[in-house]
Structures are given as structure tokens and as C-alpha cells.
Design a protein around this ligand. Sequence first.
Ligand SMILES: [Zn+2]
Length: 105
Amino acid sequence: MNPLLAAHRHTWDNRTEIEASTLCGCCSCMEVFPAEEIVAWTGLDTSSFDHLDTASGATALCPRCGSEALIGDKAGFSLSPDFLGRMNQAWFQKTIIRKPVAKKP
Ligand SMILES: [Zn+2]
């Protein structure tokens, strides 16, 4: 599978993986920060509103920009600026940057 697509699968429903990670990267703002900075989780199950202390969503939100676009180091992908940059291009700008193919004369 294309690594950008494979990595995208790790940006939602990722609570277990994020909590097991040391560092997280954001594909939106491209910051890298310690996983314990994440305090907000989305995807809250509204049937658990009676138990908000224990309820939580399953998808991490970025503490810097609020996007649902975090990937933990446990996902096994590089959190390098290059990789996060390509993730950002693919998923936020819907753009893939390719070198032009030389045309045959
Ligand atoms: Zn962010």
C-alpha cells in the first residue's frame, strides 16, 4: 500500500496507538510533540454522556492546531518533516507533487 494511504489509517481511531507512543506528529501543522500533550479526543460516544469522567473519544486531536491528523511513532512511520509534509500535501492540500515525466521526442 502507498505509505501515505497506510499512514492515513493511523490518524483516526488511534487512541491505543497514540497512548503507546512517545512522540506524535501532526499532518496538518506538521509539529512533532510528546504524546502526553494530547488532551482532546474526538468521536465521543454520546451514549456515554452520563459517565463523562470515563467517556472518551477514540481519535486524537492536535494540541497545537486542533486537527484530527495525528500519527504516533508507534504507527511505524517516520515523523520527519519530509514525511509529514507529504502527508500534509496529500490529505490537506489534496496534492501529490511529482516530477514531470520527460516527454519522448
Ligand atoms: Zn496540528
